[in-house]
Write a new protein. Structure first.
Length: 151
């Protein structure tokens, strides 16, 4: 029922991007669940360094994937940067996702460099993810406020 959720025809490129995100999300959830189950049952024992490496890899893959797919996503209410101003306006949606596409690869590179040089993995990861989401969120909010200020 993806065409019903997206409002796109079954052959449209927008539906293809939505389908790709859905499959990626399912695979990511299954992978994370399997990893948690393996570590909690004792089948897989990871050192702190190995856990940090796995978390870094997961965050980096997520950033790169989002950078590739976000500009291709059409406006919808289910997947993407679902903020009040992006969901209410397709132009703001497109801008936010274009910005996310532009900054994702550089963010992943800077995040990798920061993880390698700074000692606090948790703080670096949290800061990187927050900035990665905050930049397109704030810029799209500014666009939306300017667009609707005079209406």
């Amino acid at each position: 029922n993806l065409p019903l959720m997206t409002g796109a025809s079954s052959a449209s490129p927008a539906l293809s991007a939505f389908r790709t995100v859905t499959i990626f999300s399912i695979l990511l959830i299954l992978l994370i669940t399997a990893g948690i189950m393996a570590t909690e049952t004792g089948y897989l024992q990871l050192s702190v360094q190995q856990e940090n490496l796995a978390a870094w890899l997961l965050i980096t893959v997520l950033m790169v994937f989002c950078g590739w797919i976000c500009p291709k996503l059409s406006w919808n209410r289910y997947v993407g940067l679902r903020l009040p101003w992006t969901v209410s306006d397709p132009q703001t949606w497109a801008l936010a996702h274009r910005i996310l596409g532009w900054i994702s690869l550089p963010s992943a590179v800077f995040y990798t460099a920061a993880v390698m040089t700074l000692p606090d993995f948790g703080a670096v990861s949290a800061t990187a993810v927050i900035l990665w989401v905050a930049v397109p969120s704030v810029l799209s909010l500014v666009f939306w406020l300017r667009k609707y200020r005079h209406q």
